[in-house]
Ligand binder design. Structure first.
Ligand code: FE
Length: 224
């Protein structure tokens, strides 16, 4: 059984660039990139923004905000039942407990995968994504085929990501919006009883927190 769990409402202001028909495969810098550069130059020249502040922002999103944050959230939930309960009840606050509070993630919901339930996340209209815990979205997440097919044929999409979901497992597809963003809590793999929280975090891939992969088995490879 497949359900689409939420309808898109408001999406981020940048959504137009991601809408179907938009073509972003260009060899030269895109119009948007050139305009951003022009604006940056102008703002710096007029003394309105400090280039060092811009560099610090870019550094944050390149180095500090990323799926390792989400992996720490998942590993904590796997090892601390009280934290897991808080995470499933009020995800935004529980995530903030670990210090992950930047923008594009103020209203979070965590979805728990289990033996008979598999959750996966999409943004059908654009690319809404929980930045504080997963960083910036991968290209495929923003692509039109993923955005449409995740809803029409989620099992087919999962198969392409090499995730086998048995027929008796319910697949739930959650449609992100700018107001509500999702993080999947993957199942803790078997054979990890003696692992530390830090070791467990190493098993939690970005894709497993979007719901297009399972957490990596200990000692095994697996998709990232
Ligand atoms: Fe969106």
């Amino acid at each position: 059984m497949t359900k689409v769990m939420a309808k898109s409402k408001k999406h981020s202001v940048g959504q137009r660039a991601q809408e179907p028909g938009h073509h972003d495969h260009q060899a030269v810098p895109s119009d948007v990139a050139l305009r951003v550069k022009a604006l940056e130059s102008l703002l710096v020249e007029k003394g309105i923004v400090d280039p060092a502040a811009l560099d610090a922002l870019v550094h944050t999103f390149e180095r500090k905000v990323g799926p390792r944050n989400g992996a720490r959230v998942v590993a904590r939930a796997w090892t601390d039942p009280a934290y897991k309960k808080r995470l499933l009840t009020n995800a935004s606050d529980a995530i903030a407990e670990l210090g992950y509070t930047s923008g594009q993630g103020e209203h979070m919901v965590v979805l728990e995968n289990a033996a008979k339930v598999h959750n996966m996340v999409v943004c059908t209209l654009c690319s809404c994504y929980p930045w504080p815990v997963l960083g910036l979205p991968p290209v495929w997440y923003k692509s039109a085929p993923y955005r449409s097919r995740a809803v029409i044929d989620p099992r087919g999409v999962l198969k392409e990501f090499e995730v086998e979901v048995q027929d008796d497992v319910e697949v739930r597809v959650w449609d992100s919006t700018a107001e509500l963003r999702y993080l999947v809590l993957p199942e803790r793999p078997a054979g990890t009883e003696n692992m530390t929280e830090e070791q467990l975090a190493g098993l939690v891939t970005r894709d497993s927190m979007i719901g297009v992969a399972k957490a990596t088995k200990p000692g095994g490879g697996g998709r990232t």
